[in-house]
Design a protein around this ligand. Sequence first.
Ligand SMILES: Nc1ncnc2c1ncn2[C@@H]1O[C@H](COP(=O)(O)OP(=O)(O)OP(=O)(O)O)[C@@H](O)[C@H]1O
Ligand SMILES: [Mg+2]
Length: 339
Amino acid sequence: MATSEQLKTILKSYMERDDARFYSVAMQIAAHEARAGHGQLARELRELIDTIKTKESRDHLKKTIPIAQPQGELSNLLTVSYPKEKLSDMVLGPDIRGRLDRIIKEQRQMEKIRSFGLSPRRKFLLVGPPGTGKTLTASALAGELHLPLFLIRLEGVITKYMGETAAKLRQVFDALKRHRGIYLFDEFDSIGAMRMATNDVGEIRRILNSFFQFIDEDESQSLILAATNHPEILDYALFRRFDDVVQFTLPDPMQRKDLLKNRLTAFNKTRLNWDQLAAASDNLSHAEITRACEDAVKDVIIHDRDKITEDIVLGMINERRQIVEGEMERSSNQQNGRR
Ligand SMILES: Nc1ncnc2c1ncn2[C@@H]1O[C@H](COP(=O)(O)OP(=O)(O)OP(=O)(O)O)[C@@H](O)[C@H]1O
Ligand SMILES: [Mg+2]
């Protein structure tokens, strides 16, 4: 028999739509029955779990149909996807993981929070260097909460004309009310690029102000995420509009080790000197390390080698480092040139 704790957990996980926990407890109950010598019951439970999983993924596909790709003018402003990523696929420090877990828990227990007259947090600014998982986080939140991810195409929203930009922003915020989802204003700092388009600093200010107004007035049930790797160009007034500012950082040695292990042992189970590889990838982002691992795996495949070695991975890490350093030098030369 399932324990009373397992029964409570399985009902709670159903209520909170926490599929991972639901399946894990269901499997625990099946394993418990198998150990107790109830082989027939254990088999039936496992079959039921498999059937639920298949049905769940079919239903998920069905649910996505009503909010297909935005139509008409909205299609220039938004694209929609249905990510399957999970937070557990990401390598994150404990602070960020805690913050993201809290967002998910508050969303899953939204009704309970509302019954106390409170609202779950919904507006977040994701800040941090390139390739540290800001965009991936938006996908993982959508995957965890089974919500569609709407990506706002800022280049479609921002035009030379203030009136037009405000009207387009309004359309985005109207969509946000109609369809609950995760709305990502990615590369949010590109609003700053308007400076080039209009040569008018006042214009950017007005666009930001109209964004502030929309975000302040928004009482939808959607989550609003804005991601940037240039927080310094964003106004202080913007920061206080968000319920939380999640600060992403380059991976520390522990996280680099986890990332390397995740990416390389998925290909083959060879044990490598993880500490050496983690030390060599110092100062590289999650994205760069992921690329180096993928390049190493591809190298093994195309040369028909039997396994990955430290030397192959180190070679790819160095290649990435050279590309990143070259890029940094180019952009600092450009900035100096502009001064
Ligand atoms: N924290 C992470 N854990 C695991 N993989 C990661 C993580 N961050 C990034 N990656 C890998 O790097 C890729 C690019 O990351 P992502 O696009 O989320 O970075 P970003 O922070 O949005 O960068 P940018 O500022 O350039 O937009 C991801 O698709 C994933 O493969
Ligand atoms: Mg990004």
